[in-house]
Design a protein around this ligand. Structure first.
Ligand SMILES: [Zn+2]
Length: 282
């Protein structure tokens, strides 16, 4: 008898992810495509990015910025660059492709990746895998790394390293989607304390509260009503909300999570001023 078990989670994650406000994430492509035709290669790489953006989790979006003439593999230059390296391959020869992620704490600040054009033959259409690697499929695999996903043991996953370069990996498997949506939750799903950029991320009835340099979904409450362990009912923006009992930070305009500008007015409730004043006076 064949016993069918529900698939276990097979995806894994690296150390860092992008913040909601980082999207759309811009990317460039370095010049030089070996035997490949430039337009076809660029189109296949773009398709790899677009595959993840069309999943509907978080607000995943990428914008192609053009050819980065001066980009150097292994150099942190503030640009997210895709390389097709056919003259030399500085990583392990057996690797079909390789990511290079730069992070500050748990926050990804730059991500590059390279396709191994020295040790493998590549194609963009009707690819004869495994004697030839598919640019779109390998790019899709690498964009998964760029987003913070690591390798999966799921046999069908794009993030399964054995499928890197196989045309089969152009489409995401359920396992890849689960990983993506777990790292970048969909709109309207954020519970108390989950990070947000505006209230569209939070469950209905909740607000997105700017508390010092942190920003998280917060429930409204009546004064004196318990908010649950670690949370306290405080006034912010004319209403009572469940805020963290202890703040890690103070101030609205500093820190990488701080975001200002008229776009967010009305969508984010500010608690920072009140917190700073009360901290200073105590
Ligand atoms: Zn990989």
């Amino acid at each position: 008898m064949l016993l069918l078990l529900p698939s276990a989670l097979a995806w894994t994650t690296g150390a860092s992810t992008w913040s909601p406000e980082d999207f759309p994430v811009p990317y460039w492509i370095a010049p030089g495509f070996g035997e490949l035709e430039e337009a076809a290669a660029v189109g296949a790489i773009q398709a790899g990015f677009d595959t993840w953006a069309s999943e509907g989790c978080g607000n995943i979006e990428f914008t192609y910025q053009g050819i980065a003439e001066d980009a150097v593999w292994g150099e942190k230059d503030g640009k997210n660059v895709v390389f097709f390296l056919s003259d030399s391959w500085p990583e392990e020869a057996s690797l079909v492709s390789s990511p290079m992620l730069y992070s500050e704490g748990s926050h990804t600040v730059e991500a590059d990746f390279a396709l191994n054009g020295l040790n493998y033959a590549w194609g963009t259409n009707n690819v004869r895998w495994p004697s030839e690697m598919d640019v779109q499929a390998s790019s899709t695999h690498e964009v998964g790394h760029l987003l913070g996903l690591w390798h999966s043991t799921d046999a069908e996953a794009t993030l399964n390293p054995a499928l890197d370069g196989s045309p089969e990996a152009r489409d995401l498997a359920a396992d890849d989607r689960e990983g993506l949506c777990s790292l970048y939750p969909a709109a309207g799903s954020g519970g108390q304390g989950e990070s947000c950029i505006d209230e569209s991320r939070c469950l209905e009835g909740m607000i997105c509260l700017q508390d010092g340099t942190e920003r998280y979904c917060a429930a409204t409450c009546d004064a004196g009503e318990p908010c649950g362990e670690g949370w306290t009912c405080l006034e912010a923006g004319g209403q009572q909300v469940c805020a963290a009992e202890e703040t890690k930070s103070c101030g609205c305009s500093s820190g990488p999570g701080a975001h200002s500008g008229p776009v967010l007015a009305g969508l984010v409730v500010l608690l920072c001023l009140r917190r700073c004043v009360s901290q200073k006076s105590s």
